[in-house]
Design a binder for this molecule. Structure first.
Ligand code: SAM
Length: 236
């Protein structure tokens, strides 16, 4: 991967960035994504945020190599601390766990003023993000799921608005599987949830061989519920 050729995953994230937006890419690492969309003329200006010194330095170096220092501003700091309220229109956060992405949004809530779109790509636990969006007045407007190098990635797109719009009465299920993804049910979706189901069945089998406790019973019930929800989604 490089600035010219993004990974399939980051390309899919880039596709959801609105034309002409001012972007903040949080946890940018090498800054490939902001450099790519600025170079392609898709966005006019971008901020690349990084909390760790090593990736911060590699982002700065990449921006210099590309000659983009006037259009991509690399800033060091935790989460949304690197931006001012009203400064950007779109925020991308990619390649982290869903719980961390939700924490970054929660801790930087006041910086979301003026932001029109969030494009979030969790490596795990997309449900943590769907819950955060729902509880904080963001409407899920689109989702994507794809396979790359044997890994499955989900992308969640949200805009300020009625959080209930994306969901039907079957909300518990849709929070886990994604309302858009479970309707589309593409190959990557089937692959992901078939593997999750097998994993939960394996854990359940291991649990059945251990001593009965209240905690174990609760864990078993939780797993059984998730397995039956998965079967229902995959079979319908
Ligand atoms: N976004 C790039 C991508 O998707 O390819 C890089 C993903 S990399 C796995 C995650 C990056 O997020 C790391 O460089 C890490 O230092 C950074 N990071 C983690 N927590 C962060 C936070 N709270 N604020 C800013 N950056 C963070």
């Amino acid at each position: 991967m490089n600035v010219e050729r993004l990974s399939k995953r980051l390309n899919a994230v880039a596709d959801f960035i609105p034309e002409g937006a001012i972007l903040a890419d949080i946890g940018s690492d090498h800054a490939y994504l902001p450099c790519h969309v600025v170079k392609a003329g898709k966005v006019t200006y971008a901020i690349a945020g990084e909390v760790v010194e090593g990736p911060f330095q590699s982002a700065k170096k990449q921006v210099e190599i590309e000659g983009l220092s006037k259009k991509v501003d690399v800033r060091k700091g935790n989460g949304l601390q690197v931006i001012e309220a009203g400064e950007v229109e779109c925020i991308t956060i990619a390649g982290m766990g869903g719980a961390l992405i939700a924490t970054i949004l929660e801790e930087g809530k006041e910086k979301l003023e003026g932001v029109k779109r969030l494009v979030l790509q969790p490596n795990i636990s997309a449900i943590s993000i769907r819950l955060w969006l729902f509880e904080n007045g963001w409407s899920l407007t689109n989702e994507a799921i794809l396979e790359e190098d044997g890994k499955i990635y989900e992308i969640l797109v949200a805009e300020k608005g009625d959080p209930k719009l994306a969901y039907t009465e079957n909300m518990e299920c849709e929070l886990l599987f994604g309302p858009f993804l479970s309707r589309q049910k593409n190959e990557a979706f089937i692959q992901k949830w078939t593997a999750e189901q097998k994993n939960w069945e394996r854990i359940l089998e291991q649990l059945s061989q251990s001593r009965q406790t209240q905690e174990k019973r609760e864990k078993e019930m939780e797993l059984q519920k998730k397995i039956s929800m998965t079967k229902e989604v995959l079979d319908r």
